[in-house]
Design a protein around this ligand. Structure first.
Ligand code: MN
Length: 744
């Protein structure tokens, strides 16, 4: 007992210590009366959370204090936000009501807390609920961006302290983080936060690779630091001589971004050359900013030869999230490309802290770009037609992409995501113009709708009143706005046609003396194998159904089972979940052992093999599918359908073989293929399912699908193949099927 009392005393001290550290972080932005407000919020949070503890056993109040500290220090938010951050969990988790908050802290604070409470994760047996939650969160952008920023701080602290969570929660929260929060941080210009969120998520979702890269980075640290020092030394002095006040340092790239590069290019760690970037931060007055940056650029490129293809000028045209910087890649002394980022202190603060930093520099032109973006978000959200999941998919795509700048015939500047087409541009100008678009003139030359625009193009849209949106447009437009508008136009068209089809069917049924009622329509829908009556009507109108076959239906009708089309049934899913959990330790599905009792399959989008980190996903009509946690679909499945995810584990089963893919690169040589297949089928006794080989100017690239027992088996095989003369790399790959298996 005595010990507990001492603990509580120590905790009390620690809480106060943390609170004082928070106050120090808030100081730069504090005005008269602010300190009292923050104290009041702290007292309320402390009192209302007093009996609560985090999973780690720590007092709960550590969490809101930490969230407030992140909001102040890492996002640069002011007193109102600090107060909200301290109180962000009280309405949801304690007896305090929104009215209490409003009485003590006013309307503004109450409104932000309300937003924060509304978007807190609630999981339900409803597939689109999570997506709907995200949508709500984005909607709050329209009210007050601070809600999103505090939510991000909350998420960052939760990610930093997730070690005590159960494994499935870690996976779910991590995937939600990469799926939505990291892209949001990116879009709001919070680069440091985005990188940390991605790294933390990777630590849980892909822990082996994470540790591997971290270790490799650490091993080469001294060598890298020496290289950076020698690289910087020569021009640092010149900068000073030329009268520029500059801070120059090397900055390591995040583990996640290194991993991304390895995956994208299919290269091992050793071949990633840009493990760091050099940053030059200039102390310039506002009017000299641009000139100073180019002066620094000129000094650096006098010493090191720049790669002309890799110059990025985001000072003249800042990114939509406000990012301003000058990037160049130069050839270092040891024949290595080095990225150099040049910016001023002001630009750096915006790059690190993002949105909030904008308020401090109101005169910055970047403000308008961000305002435009928020305006666009609002516009998108106001489209009631789009289904929450579709919307999220498209919105997310737009979060991550970089933008290009396009001019109207009159010279106005329009920002579009990379790969945007002439049609996207038309929809961007006006949705009616997009719907009637028949072509465009790009730089005075006639081009088709699907023409991919380049930075700096000048575009004139050609329209016709006879034009209507077409299904195939969806295959090339990239902006969320264009997609949403085309889809709703097509839906409208389908509805109209279905009306017609319905009337045709009614007449036909009458002549056959079949009653027109819901029951019969459902039977017909099932008979012609359509997902819903509207599809049946539509296809009748389009002449895709031979109405003569209705007679056959009539005679077959007696044998047709009366059954409503399969739908996602909460109860059904719950049934499977309970079955998995029944009498199991940790509710984990054991792959190999449960085969007889439960219907599960290995998904073919990521081809898991024993030894991989995996999870089970409950599908409606196809039992449980096993995916790798690194599957391109995993993040989406876990974050949107968390309740359908079950933990899964391999049991040893050497006798079974699993399909996996190997990508082999090398120098083409006579007999190389023969040697590879010998190693695979003779030395390793592994079955090959397929081989495709591409040989181009002496470079060989092969994709081989083989059956292996587990990851260890696969590793040994890879090691052996690497020893074949002429082979330069062997990597595992997944078939890159983009087809999501959500409702199936
Ligand atoms: Mn929280």
């Amino acid at each position: 007992m005595n010990e507990l009392v001492i603990d509580l005393e120590a905790e009390k001290k620690e809480i106060l210590k943390r609170y004082r550290a928070l106050l120090r972080a808030c100081k730069p932005a504090m005005q008269k009366g602010d300190k009292r407000m923050i104290r009041q919020a702290f007292d309320m949070a402390l009192e209302s959370h007093k009996d609560m503890r985090r999973k780690s056993g720590e007092p709960y109040i550590y969490h809101p204090i930490a969230v407030a500290q992140i909001a102040a220090e890492e996002i640069g938010l002011g007193t109102t936000s600090i107060v909200c951050a301290l109180l962000h969990d009280v309405v949801e988790d304690t007896d305090i009501t929104l009215e209490d908050i409003e009485r003590e802290f006013g309307k503004k604070v109450a409104k932000i807390i309300d937003g924060l409470t509304k978007i807190s994760g609630v999981f339900d047996y409803n597939s689109s609920l999570q997506a709907e939650n995200f949508r709500k969160m984005l909607l709050t952008l329209a009210d007050d961006v601070r809600v999103i920023l505090i939510k991000l701080a909350d998420r960052l602290h939760n990610m930093r302290t997730m070690d005590f969570m159960p494994r499935d929660k870690q996976l779910k929260i991590s995937s939600e983080t990469v799926y939505l929060y990291a892209p949001l941080a990116h879009r709001l210009g919070l680069y440091a936060m985005k990188s940390e969120l991605e790294d933390l998520a990777m630590k849980y979702m892909e822990s082996e690779t994470y540790k591997f890269i971290a270790k490799k980075l650490n091993e080469k640290k001294a060598e890298r630091e020496l290289y950076i020092k020698e690289f910087i030394e020569p021009f640092k002095n010149i900068l000073i001589e030329q009268g520029l006040k500059a801070e120059v340092y090397g900055r390591p790239k995040s583990i996640h971004s290194i991993w991304n590069k390895m995956r994208k290019k299919g290269i091992p760690f050793e071949e990633v050359y840009d493990l760091f970037a050099i940053r030059i931060i200039l102390d310039s007055s506002l009017e000299n900013e641009k000139a100073d940056c180019w002066k620094a650029y000129s000094i650096v490129t006098d010493l090191y030869r720049p790669n002309p293809d890799r110059l990025r000028d985001w000072i003249s045209s800042p990114k939509a999230n406000g990012y301003e910087s000058l990037h160049t890649t130069v050839m270092g002394s040891k024949g290595q490309w080095v990225e150099v980022q040049i910016r001023t202190k002001r630009m750096n603060e915006i790059a690190e802290k993002g949105f909030a930093a904008h308020w401090k520099y109101k005169e910055s032109a970047a403000d308008t770009a961000l305002d435009q973006w928020i305006h666009k978000v609002r516009e998108l959200l106001s489209n009631p037609e789009s289904n929450a999941l579709d919307f999220l998919d498209e919105f997310k795509m737009n979060l991550f992409s970089d933008e290009i700048f396009i001019f109207t015939p009159k010279g106005a500047l329009i920002q579009l995501p990379v790969h945007a087409t002439a049609l996207d541009f038309a929809f961007e100008i006006h949705s009616d113009l997009g719907a009637k678009c028949i072509g465009a003139k790009v730089n005075h030359k006639l081009v088709p709708l699907s023409y991919k625009l380049q930075n700096g193009d000048q575009v004139e849209i050609l329209a016709s009143n006879k034009q209507t949106p077409k299904e195939d447009w969806l295959s090339f437009v990239v902006t969320a706005k264009a997609k949403a508008r085309i889809k709703s136009a097509l839906k409208e068209e389908k509805r109209r046609a279905a009306e017609e089809g319905k009337e045709i069917l009614e007449r036909k049924l009458k002549s056959l003396k079949i009653t027109y009622n819901t029951d019969n329509i459902n039977k017909l829908t099932l008979y012609f194998k359509y997902p819903a009556p509207i599809d049946l009507f539509y296809n009748i109108a389009k002449g895709n159904i031979d109405l003569g076959s209705l007679k056959e239906f009539q005679s077959a009708e007696k044998t047709v089972e009366t059954r409503t089309p399969e739908r996602i049934e909460a109860a059904q899913i719950e049934g499977i979940i309970n079955k998995v959990k029944a009498g199991k330790e940790n509710n984990t599905l054991l792959i190999g052992e449960d085969m007889q009792k439960l219907d599960y399959k290995l998904s073919n989008c990521c081809n898991p093999i024993p030894g991989d980190d995996v999870f089970g996903f409950i599908t409606v009509s196809d039992g449980i599918k096993i995916h790798r946690t690194t599957c391109p679909n995993a993040a989406k499945l876990m974050s949107n359908f968390g309740y359908r995810v079950v933990k899964a584990k391999w049991t040893s089963q050497k006798e079974l073989a699993f399909l996996t893919g190997l990508r082999i690169r090398g120098i083409d040589d006579v007999g190389l293929i023969n040697q590879l297949t010998t190693v695979i089928s003779h030395d390793f006794k592994v079955n090959i399912r397929s081989i495709t080989i591409d040989s181009n100017e002496g470079i060989f690239e092969g994709a081989i699908m083989v059956y292996v027992n587990d990851t260890q088996h696969l590793e040994n095989l890879i090691k052996k193949l690497k020893q074949v003369k002429g082979v330069t790399s062997v990597t595992r790959y997944d078939s890159e099927s983009k087809n999501l298996e959500i409702a199936s």
